[in-house]
Design a protein around this ligand. Structure first.
Ligand SMILES: Cc1cc2nc3c(=O)[nH]c(=O)nc-3n(C[C@H](O)[C@H](O)[C@H](O)COP(=O)(O)OP(=O)(O)OC[C@H]3O[C@@H](n4cnc5c(N)ncnc54)[C@H](O)[C@@H]3O)c2cc1C
Length: 305
């Protein structure tokens, strides 16, 4: 018999954890499926700096930074451009997200115990004014405890929801297909990968020991990007940049393989702006790599090398 739940979330990275904990706390049953082991819970966010985009925060005001929804929206538009027909939904998303960052985001995080380093920094700094690309004021609020500090409240909430039975994890479960009934995605199927105690971030085995299928009223794909899959990066390389490089380094672990994006597209999802990928400027090879071709960066002001 195929196991059923209310919602399936593919991916136990930060996006998947946020979605799953909100769904469980809303009283639904949610199953989170991830190809990696439990030790990698939180995905890329664990490795991140935990820098969060907030607009007109108390931290900014204490430093004398004047920010507003309107200024942040102008900066966002200056970078995004939204110059293609397919940009309709990204624009709606940007407006909603900037409103969230200027509104309830900080209070929502603080209520979970999340805290910020009191000095607000720069990320994606622009041309020092609000007329062009990038942030025109500092908005990069670094999480106290960096990446692990951003994952912790959501992991805690997820473990609480597990106790009530509303949230179930299925680790080492790799989704290979989405199932569709009457035009609606209503499940996932794939293979169970052999247990592997590889350390967090290290590549794990892809040996298959079984298969699985799950059904739900809704399926959320939160499988991350493509940065760990250089073949996919080359396939989507922007034409204006000419030939893609033969050798690249990776700012992200190997599980950021982008496979699920193709699977989702094959099921009918509309993929847009595939040439407009964004990668960290990881300039040099890590002397002590965790994942394959591990790149790191040097962070001199005002931008990284
Ligand atoms: C070094 C570093 C520093 C960063 N710093 C910042 C920062 O300061 N501020 C900021 O905003 N962002 C930062 N980022 C980016 C940010 O961390 C990521 O964009 C974010 O964590 C991505 O979360 P996600 O849940 O979308 O994807 P992921 O974390 O990649 O999670 C996706 C999950 O889906 C699973 N998965 C994929 N395919 C399948 C499948 N077919 N079946 C089952 N499971 C699957 C993967 O195993 C993974 O666990 C940083 C990233 C890195 C690596």
């Amino acid at each position: 018999m195929v196991e059923e739940t209310d919602v399936i979330v593919v991916g136990a990275g930060l996006s998947g954890l946020v979605a799953a904990t909100e769904i469980a706390d809303a009283g639904k049953r949610v199953m989170v499926v991830d190809q990696e082991g439990e030790q990698s819970l939180g995905g890329q966010a664990f490795w991140s700096f935990g820098g969060l985009f907030l607009v007109d925060s108390p931290e900014q005001r204490r430093l004398g930074i004047k920010d507003s929804y309107e200024l942040a929206m102008q900066d966002w538009l200056g970078t995004a451009g939204f110059d293609r027909d397919e940009d309709f939904w990204p624009r709606q998303w940007a407006e909603a997200y900037v409103a969230f960052a200027a509104g309830e985001k900080r209070g929502w995080l603080r209520a979970m115990g999340h805290r910020f380093f009191p000095v607000v920094g720069w990320a994606e700094r622009g041309g020092y004014d609000a007329m062009g690309h990038g942030n025109s004021v500092p908005r990069f609020h670094v999480t106290w405890g960096t990446g692990p500090g951003i994952v912790e409240p959501f992991e805690r909430r997820a473990r609480e929801a597990m106790k009530t039975g509303r949230l179930i994890f299925r680790f080492r479960h790799r989704v290979d297909a989405l199932s569709v009934t009457n035009g609606t995605v209503d499940g996932v199927s794939g293979v169970v990968l052999a247990p592997d105690d590889a350390e967090r971030g290290k590549s794990s085995s892809r040996n298959v020991v079984g298969d699985f299928a799950l059904k739900a009223q809704a399926v959320i794909v939160a499988s991350g990007g493509i940065g760990g899959n250089h073949e996919l990066v080359r396939q989507n390389w922007p034409k204006r940049l000419g030939e893609p490089p033969k050798f690249m380094i990776s700012g992200v672990p190997e599980h950021v393989d982008g496979r699920m994006i193709g699977i989702t597209e094959k099921t009918g999802a509309r993929l847009i702006n595939r040439d407009r990928m964004w990668h960290y400027v990881e300039g040099i090879q890590n002397w002590n790599p965790i994942w394959p071709r591990h790149g790191i960066r040097i962070l001199p002001g005002p931008s990284s090398m």
